[in-house]
Design a protein around this ligand. Structure first.
Ligand code: ATP
Length: 233
């Protein structure tokens, strides 16, 4: 099986709230895919299921041909929308922590990315601004030599001027044999790096299309298509 991520009929409810409603989706290797939807559309839930962090859901999920679980977690790198690091850590401790925890962590790549992100190794994690925190989380997530990267709102706190630079880092540092799924609201800012986009609306998949096709068939940017589908929500 060559698909890197495959979901088949995935549903998830929190009590009476249905966060995902029978979502089926396949993503091949070497793709950067935007996971787009308004607040509460189920993006984080989908990411957490693929990351193996939500065990009780309906349907099936495979990563690189393996059902989601212990093995798939070893080649899936997840950047959550909340930091995983502890506030007592310095940047260098966070790097050491990830290195201990993940066999595929590439310290050389991490040190390279720290420079690129202008992060000081001795800075305390608790003293970092939100944008700098995101730079650190992104460094940690992308420094693993994983097959699937799941980035949940990776540049929401980064100022608009720095966003372009961070996007360049994402493209430069991710391994082209792997795939990257990025959940975001910042469609206009990020769309230039997407190969494909997935739209989620009220937990349902309403569109999965190559960006080229959207541009060629509709003469629209992804942002325009997004506004068409979601209105001003
Ligand atoms: N732990 C939880 N308990 C109860 N409801 C939850 C929980 N997590 C998510 N939900 C609900 O499930 C729905 C989908 O949430 P999810 O966080 O997946 O959406 P999202 O698209 O990531 O939203 P946002 O863009 O605001 O981050 C929302 O209605 C949310 O309130």
């Amino acid at each position: 099986m060559s698909d890197l991520l495959q979901l088949e009929g995935v549903s998830k409810s929190y009590g009476a709230k249905r966060a995902l409603n029978s979502v089926s989706l396949t993503i091949g290797p070497g793709k950067i895919v935007g996971l787009l939807g308004s607040n509460g559309s189920g993006k984080s839930t989908l990411m957490k299921i693929a990351a193996g962090l939500i065990p009780n859901y309906v349907g099936h999920v495979w990563i690189n041909g393996q059902p989601v679980g212990r093995t798939s977690r070893s080649f899936t790198s997840f950047m959550p929308d909340q930091p995983l690091t502890e506030s007592w850590m310095r940047v260098k401790d966070a790097i050491a922590f990830y290195k201990d925890f993940y066999a595929d962590f590439d310290t050389e790549k991490a040190n390279d990315m720290l420079k690129f992100m202008r992060l000081e190794r001795d800075a305390r994690v608790s003293s970092l601004s939100k944008g700098m925190q995101e730079r650190l989380q992104l460094t940690l997530a992308l420094s693993r030599n994983a097959r699937l990267y799941l980035l949940d709102e990776p540049i929401g706190g980064v100022d608009p001027v720095a966003r372009g630079k961070i996007l360049d880092a994402i493209v430069e540092y991710y391994d082209e044999n792997s795939s990257l799924l990025i959940a975001t609201h910042l469609v206009q800012d990020i769309e230039r790096i997407f190969d494909e986009v997935v739209f989620l609306k009220d937990g349902k998949l309403v569109l999965h299309e190559e960006v080229e096709t959207i541009r060629a068939n509709n003469g629209q940017s992804v942002d325009e298509k997004f506004k068409d589908v979601f209105g001003d929500a």
